[in-house]
Design a protein around this ligand. Structure first.
Ligand code: NAG
Ligand code: NAG
Ligand code: NAG
Ligand code: NAG
Length: 477
């Protein structure tokens, strides 16, 4: 078996495969057809828009989605033939809904100047608006009216190529991130009639898509004891038969998509097409999170690219073509929340790739170099602390001082040990006191969702920061 000679034709084909994916990197003039990429910019250390366009091309991105109509980004994308999807920030939705003139003004200022040189595909009005309960009254009922006003403006200005949509997270469904069985999924009662039904009517009437943010990562992480990792990574590992439909599922993403489809059908709009506004896998995360690593991220996104290139659709919608946008172009250092939030990138902020990826899906999985072995696919069980982090940069003393004041202002006795005479007063520096305070705060409040972040000044560690008689507590240590 080991020594079967490779026939010359096969060698030629193999060379052809390599040549094909080698050339799309160099040949920037061709319109690529790979997965779309979300170009998120919540960071203070990422490359320029112009360099970002090169990096999008190098990964074989078929289109790009941006979170606002940033002029510098739109200028960099002009003339590149990369289709662009633009998002309307949540904050301006009420204004655009209240006044047709305001909506038209927005179109004139933010869209029209770029249309000559940029192919804008989708205008997405709001980002996961229905996940933010603080804007339930002000904004939820205004999404569709804002879309209608924008649509009228586009038509009046003879722009017919831009479709409108809005992006919704899986929490639009009663069952949330892991709706099993998919066929039983329904939209939340607080939005189904009031928002989703008119939205679906609008999407069908304009032949647009329901844009969902679908992250098998979260569904798997929250159910890591019952859902095999391979099932979330498109690597088999399990099958699931929906008792309601008899359909067999081979991966978690398909279950999530069909759940959204089932919920739409129950509102009488099963005909509306689906698009994936965000999906992906984190390449890193905190010690108390699991499965965020470069190996899993590479496997997920490579399999996704190869799969979507075949347009498989889903078990309930076989063959359905679906626009898909991977999250995200960069690791974004200013995203708050747990560590995974800052680790979705295809690239590090210095522009080097986290792992190789061909978003066109043409490069076969075996043609990639080996990946580092994952170390956090099961929960970490030891003690964890939260300390000041330099991330290789010079710290801003004012910011450290502000964070220290904030941490010490929470809870009772959070900073007693760093007061004069306290066992952690020495060394008497803002940095040492901040480390103590961050940990003290986080250990008290992590149970109720506090994260070890402090505006990118803190990070988790498994190395005990205690020194001398100064003890840093940990829930397990
Ligand atoms: C969806 O739109 C099509 C075409 O306009 C229309 O024929 C159909 O009745 C609509 N479906 C629903 C459920 O409204
Ligand atoms: C692993 O899954 C269990 C339930 O299956 C959940 O309670 C736990 O929080 C998960 N662990 C992580 C790190 O997400
Ligand atoms: C330092 O942090 C303060 C408070 O967050 C901020 O106002 C200031 O602009 C920062 N300075 C620099 C140089 O980044
Ligand atoms: C601090 O202590 C007071 C009095 O015991 C208590 O009422 C309060 O809830 C405590 N605050 C926190 C954040 O633990």
């Amino acid at each position: 078996m080991a020594s079967i000679p490779i026939p010359p034709l096969l060698l030629l084909l193999l060379f052809g495969v390599f040549a094909a994916f080698a050339c799309h990197v160099v040949d920037g003039s061709r319109t690529p057809h790979g997965l779309g990429v979300n170009y998120g910019r919540v960071a203070d250390d990422i490359p320029s828009p112009r360099r970002s366009v090169q990096l999008l091309r190098a990964a074989g991105a078929g289109s790009v989605k941006i979170y606002d109509a940033n002029p510098a980004v739109l200028r960099a994308l002009a003339g590149t033939r990369i289709p662009v999807s633009i998002m309307v920030p949540n904050e301006i939705i009420p204004d655009l809904a209240a006044s047709a003139a305001k909506a038209d003004e927005w179109v004139v200022q933010n869209l029209l100047p770029y249309l000559a040189k940029t192919r804008v595909k989708f205008l997405l009005v709001g980002n996961e608006v229905l996940s933010d309960r603080s804007i339930a009254t002000s904004t939820w009922p205004r999404i569709v009216p804002a879309m209608e006003n924008l649509h009228r403006s586009l038509r009046a200005r003879r722009v017919s190529s831009v479709k409108l949509g809005t992006t919704l997270a899986m929490d639009a469904l009663v069952s949330g991130a892991f709706p099993r069985p998919p066929s039983a999924a329904v939209f939340r009662a607080d939005i189904a009639e009031a928002v989703v039904r008119p939205l679906l009517r609008f999407l069908n009437g304009t032949n647009s898509y329901y844009f969902v943010d679908a992250y098998p990562y979260f569904a798997w992480a929250g159910n890591n004891e019952t859902v095999p990792l391979d099932y979330a990574l498109f690597q088999g590992g399990s099958r699931y038969v929906d008792p309601g439909t008899g359909l067999t599922y081979t991966n978690l993403l398909d279950e999530m998509l069909d759940a959204v489809g089932a919920a739409m059908s129950k509102l009488g709009h099963g005909e509306v097409r689906l698009a994936i506004a965000e999906t992906g896998w984190p390449n890193g995360g905190d010690y108390d999170q699991i499965g965020g690593n470069a190996r899993n991220a590479a496997v997920y996104n490579r399999n996704l690219a190869a799969r979507m290139a075949r347009n498989p659709g889903t078990p309930a919608r076989p063959g359905a073509k679906m626009p898909v946008f991977v999250f995200s172009l960069y690791n974004e250092n200013l995203k708050p929340g747990p560590g995974t939030e800052r680790h979705w990138g295809l690239y590090y902020p210095d522009g080097t790739e986290v792992y190789q990826i061909d978003l066109t899906g043409r490069r076969p999985l075996w043609a990639y170099p080996p990946l580092p072995a994952p170390e956090n696919n099961t929960p970490y069980k030891g003690p964890i602390w939260c300390v000041l982090a330099t991330h290789g940069r010079k710290l801003n003393e004012t910011a450290v001082g502000d964070a220290l004041t904030y941490a010490c202002g929470q809870g009772n006795g959070t900073c007693d040990a760093v007061q004069p005479g306290g066992e952690c007063f020495q060394p008497n520096t803002g940095e040492a006191h901040a480390s103590y305070a961050f940990n003290s705060y986080w250990q008290q409040f992590r149970k109720i969702g506090a994260t070890c972040y402090f505006n990118n000044l803190a990070e988790q560690t498994i190395k005990d920061p205690s020194h001398g008689s100064c003890k840093f507590h940990s829930s397990l240590g």
